[in-house]
Design a protein around this ligand. Structure first.
Ligand code: CUA
Length: 338
């Protein structure tokens, strides 16, 4: 029983070390790296203080035991206790003062360094939180070049990004631990966070504020890539959706645009232009479905459409009655939207 408790207690630490795609100790962004340095400084100072205090405690016990032993006549010394106590108090007080001042200075410089790293953003992204998905809009200043995606961020390595944050319903929190700290998204207010990714890689963001029943299934896939790969991705996202290439996909396209789907979802280049649900123009190019609820695949698209409540209870995605062949056609069409 005790061994189980120990394993449960250290499991998060072990998992935190293994899951390099979601860890606050990865230091894969400018802010993240500063936080890791600050954490290391805090840890070192706290460990030193802890060892000193525990050492002093044991020394005090040892002295108290010796003092309790009966004195021989020759060793009887004058009482020096009050002086020893005042020396000890001055010593400990100075140590605490120096330690706290050092940590305050370290915090200040971390804060300044974070502010400087993101002060000249080269890329603007607007992220809007919804129960329970992320609406992502890449803004270039030229409306014809802007595009939307959902539940994913692609970022060029080394480029400072300004992420504007807002919420359509309740309070959510934007958190990609590898890259930076948390920032809340508050209904009726616009907040922002600066990201400066330093390492190419796949990371996982997660809503960090309880926002309702599916708070846990509100993940954000983050891809940090080279500038060339990023530009390639942008060019692909700016294109309209692929046209259906065979009769099955065409049937899926027709169901999508003639049933309720198009009232909520947009597919660029089609008549489906809803905005209340995620943009699906290039849904098949994403890593997951329904904000990290399941990996992207045609099979998973089919089970998601067949019964969204079974995959993500409480989701606003309705179940639309479809015959098996209609469902297959719809999944085949969506899986084509790379
Ligand atoms: Cu959104 Cu928790």
């Amino acid at each position: 029983m005790n061994r189980q408790a120990v394993i449960l207690a250290i499991a998060p630490l072990l998992l935190g070390g293994c899951n390099s795609y979601q860890t606050a100790l990865g230091g894969d962004g400018a802010d993240g790296a500063n936080f890791v340095s600050l954490f290391t400084i805090f840890l070192a100072v706290c460990v030193v203080m802890y060892v000193l205090i525990v050492g002093a405690l044991f020394a005090a016990f040892w002295h108290a035991r010796r003092a309790a032993e009966p004195l021989t006549v020759e060793t009887g010394k004058p009482h020096e206790e009050p002086r020893t106590i005042s020396h000890a108090l001055v010593g400990w007080g100075s140590l605490i003062l120096v330690g706290l001042t050092g940590l305050t200075i370290a915090s200040f410089f971390t804060d300044r360094s974070n502010a400087a790293a993101g002060s000249h953003p080269k890329l603007l992204v607007r992220v809007t939180a919804n129960q329970w998905w992320w609406d992502v809009e890449y803004q270039s200043g030229n409306a014809s070049q802007d595009f939307r995606t959902a539940d994913e961020l692609h970022l060029p390595v080394g480029v400072p990004v300004q992420v504007t944050l807002q919420s359509n319903d309740v309070i959510h929190s934007f958190w990609v631990p590898n890259l930076a700290g948390k920032q809340d998204l508050i209904p009726g207010r616009v907040t922002d966070i600066q990201l400066v990714p330093r390492k190419v890689g796949l990371y996982r963001g997660q809503c960090a504020e309880f926002c309702g029943i599916e708070h846990a299934k509100m993940a954000l896939d983050v891809t940090v890539e080279s500038r060339a790969d990023f530009m390639h991705w942008v060019a692909a996202q700016q294109r309209v959706a692929f046209a259906p290439a065979n009769p099955v996909e065409l049937a899926g396209y027709r169901y999508f645009t003639s049933r309720q789907c198009g009232a909520c979802h947009n597919i660029g280049g089609s008549t489906a232009n809803g905005t209340v649900g995620p943009d699906l123009t290039h849904i098949a190019s994403r890593r997951s479905i329904a904000a990290g609820a399941m990996p992207m695949s045609e099979v998973n698209l089919r089970s998601w459409i067949a019964d969204p409540q079974a995959v993500k209870p409480g989701t606003n995605m309705p179940r639309i009655p479809l015959a098996p062949d209609q469902l297959n056609a719809l999944a085949a069409f969506l899986a084509r939207l790379k």
